[in-house]
Ligand binder design. Structure first.
Ligand code: CP
Length: 301
């Protein structure tokens, strides 16, 4: 295992599969004491519900303790302390740092000065590798495999860090992608170039109807208001897609709808009671996956 988890590319395919297997083991038995006596810092410089609370719960269930903050308003960063100095100091107190930050690249910066492992819990529009691992866990659980699936990613593919990490991870598993977005929110060129280099097939469309009936996983995303430099630009695209139960008549029987959450308007609540909705279970699995990430990076098998 690598020391840090900053990008999903820090993990080999075998390491990804190992973490998913350990997560399954922890789901079967969630009371563990592997980390008794350890302390983990959860430093969140940007809002979070799922990631922070599932990490904190994961730390507790592994027998360790948590310190940290849900925002940085009460830290010495308000007095001008740099991120690097904050991380150097926290490194003295803990065995691992889990960090979310609004700036792309902040997790790599933290890892470059930390004396303990750093886990990226989301850095700007860049990467969200622990979300990707829980997404893979959900995909494998619902489809029985990761190989050879049709994956339709819908919405904000430009700013959505979850889809960036997920595309990078899924290319190990021979996927076929549909990227559904308005032009303004296209998947960044660097990810398309990566897929071209690897020979991974993908199509691009602006119409949600185009990929709906021919995918195994419909990965919906929120338009990331907080990443837009201009509110007017956000208003133009904020409601571009809205999935409703009435649109699901022709989908594959095994199709599951996933979403990193939070949702805003892009999935109507009448979808929640269909057999295709899986986003709440997906988030639930995140705790076991984060237990596995912490444990594996700290030496568990
Ligand atoms: N999916 C996700 O990262 O959710 P939170 O922002 O609530 O952590």
């Amino acid at each position: 295992m690598p020391k840090n988890l900053i990008s999903i590319q820090d993990l080999t395919k075998d390491e990804i599969l190992h973490i998913l297997d350990v997560a399954r083991e922890f789901e079967a038995n969630r009371e563990q004491d592997f980390l008794a006596g350890k302390v983990v810092a959860c430093l969140f410089f940007e809002p979070s519900t799922r990631t922070r609370l599932s990490f904190e719960s994961a730390v507790n269930r592994l027998g360790a303790r948590v310190i940290g903050f849900p925002d940085n308003r009460n830290t010495s960063q308000t007095k001008g302390e740099t991120l690097e100095d904050t991380i150097r100091i926290v490194s003295n107190y803990v065995d691992m740092i889990v960090m979310r930050h609004p700036v792309a690249g902040a997790a790599a910066t933290a890892a470059s000065v930390a004396s303990v492992p750093v886990v990226n819990a989301g850095d700007g529009a860049n990467q969200h590798p622990t979300q990707t691992l829980l997404d893979l866990y959900a995909i494998r659980k619902t489809q029985g495999r990761l190989e050879g699936l049709d994956i339709d990613m819908v919405g904000d593919l430009k700013y959505g860090r979850a889809v960036h990490s997920l595309v990078e991870a899924l290319r190990y598993f021979s996927p076929r992608f549909t990227f559904t977005s308005p032009e303004e929110l296209d998947m960044p060129k660097k990810y398309l170039d990566m897929l071209d280099r690897d020979g991974v097939p993908y199509t691009r469309t602006g119409r949600i109807e185009d990929g709906l009936d021919s995918c195994d996983i419909l990965y919906m995303t929120r338009v990331q208001q907080e990443r837009f430099p201009d509110k007017e630009e956000y208003d133009k695209v904020k409601d571009v897609y809205r999935l409703t139960a009435s649109m699901l008549g022709g989908v594959r029987p095994n199709m599951k709808i996933m979403h990193p959450l939070p949702r805003v308007n892009e999935i109507a609540t009448d979808v929640d009671s269909t057999p295709y909705a899986y986003y709440f279970q997906q988030a639930g699995g995140g705790m076991y996956v984060r237990m596995a990430i912490i444990a594996c990076l700290l030496g568990y098998r």
